[in-house]
Design a protein around this ligand. Structure first.
Ligand code: DP6
Length: 360
């Protein structure tokens, strides 16, 4: 599929007003997207577990304007309060997608959005937020064109979400989503995420992700600025190759259910992401002392217990602790007794693999 196929033909319906609501989850990347080309094209393929508890709910109300406007006509509310500061993000998102959604200039929109997690948790809401908004817009397009097929709906929602925030394209479906062309993954595309199409061992089906909130502050470097640091990065080429190789390894790991190898790939990906940030110009250290304390504790515990608990990181200090359903009691005891002390105000979020966005 090319971009062109996401430009709609004429709409068959004429709708005056309406309201749609979607709840869309966050996701946690196992193979990281870090580095992009123009138009939100990823420099390497990535793959993630869709989450369940961390989610954004967005209601989009729309009312036909009497005349088309030059700019976009919308109001934005975050957790019940009007938020002017979020508007520029929406304007640049609408600008990027308007040729794929020609109705954008015909309506006045009211966007009301809220997160299931506290805004000041240091958890990025762009994946859940942009995917929820993309899905609402697709629901409007489906009302204008009721013959639209389900498959196209999902694909285009992911395509639009990507133009809002790359990782958001992995938040439409569950439970494992791949984004970016990879030679061994049929149907993979730089334009949208796809539900991972191959066999997955049952051990990966109910994975848990306990998110340890080490630092709830604003990010030191936005991910968009971070991605840009991969241009002319001395290790970029090797890194992009490594991500492709890791995807091939992960394919076998998922099939065999090899948790030891899973740990190796996932932790190496997290540390490589941070290594890229530490070796770019300018350079950043986004881990905090407690991030390292937690990592060391996990390694110690894993050696002692022989359990399959591992960690991954986003572009920040918080730690995602991943473990299979079968080991949840022992690992959760360990988290409570030994890791929570390193969290800011003892805060953490219990999440797990989820099955994608839901319409209300
Ligand atoms: C480290 O998707 O937030 O979480 O496309 O600029 O919005 P933009 O970036 P974003 O980057 C996410 C980076 C990451 C890794 C990942 O989720 O794959």
């Amino acid at each position: 599929m090319t971009e062109k196929e996401f430009r709609p033909l004429n709409y068959t319906q004429n709708i005056q007003s309406g309201k749609v609501t979607w709840k869309s989850p966050s996701n946690i990347a196992l193979i990281k997207y870090w580095g992009k080309k123009e138009n939100q094209i990823p420099a390497n393929p990535s793959i993630s577990f869709t989450l369940d508890a961390c989610a954004t709910t967005t209601t989009l109300s729309f009312e036909k304007l009497n005349n088309s406007v030059t700019g976009f006509s919308f109001d934005f509310y975050f957790e019940g309060k009007e938020k002017e500061s979020f508007k520029p993000k929406i304007i640049s998102f609408f600008t990027r997608i308007q040729s794929y959604l020609p109705f954008l200039k015909d309506y006045h929109f009211t966007i009301e959005t809220s997160n299931s997690f506290p805004h000041s948790s240091g958890i990025a809401s762009s994946a859940s937020g942009m995917s929820a908004l993309a899905l609402c817009l697709m629901s409007i397009e489906k009302e204008l064109n009721p013959n639209m097929e389900e498959k196209y709906f999902t694909k285009k929602a992911s395509f639009l979400a990507r133009l809002g925030s790359g990782s958001a394209c992995r938040s439409i479906e569950g439970d494992i989503v791949e984004w970016g062309f990879h030679k061994e993954i049929s149907g993979s595309s730089d334009l949208y995420g796809i539900k991972y199409p191959f066999e997955v061992h049952p051990v990966f089906k109910n994975f848990h992700d306990t998110i340890l909130l080490v630092d709830k502050g604003e990010k030191q470097v936005s991910s968009t600025a971070g991605h840009n640091l991969m241009h002319n990065h001395p290790f970029a080429r090797e890194r992009f190759k490594q991500a492709n190789d890791n995807m091939s390894f992960l394919k076998n790991i998922f099939k065999e259910g090899n948790l030891k190898k899973f740990t190796e790939i996932v932790e190496s990906e997290a540390l490589t992401l941070h290594a890229m940030m530490m070796t770019s110009v300018p350079y950043f250290v986004l881990m905090k002392p407690n991030t390292l304390q937690i990592i060391n504790k996990i390694w110690e515990f894993r050696k002692k217990s022989n359990l399959n608990v591992c960690f991954t990181l986003d572009a920040g200090a918080n730690v995602h602790v991943l473990y299979p359903e079968e080991e949840k009691f022992d690992v959760f005891e360990f988290i409570k007794n030994e890791l929570v002390a390193y969290c800011q105000n003892g805060h953490y979020i219990c999440d797990r693999i989820g099955y994608g966005a839901k319409k209300f």
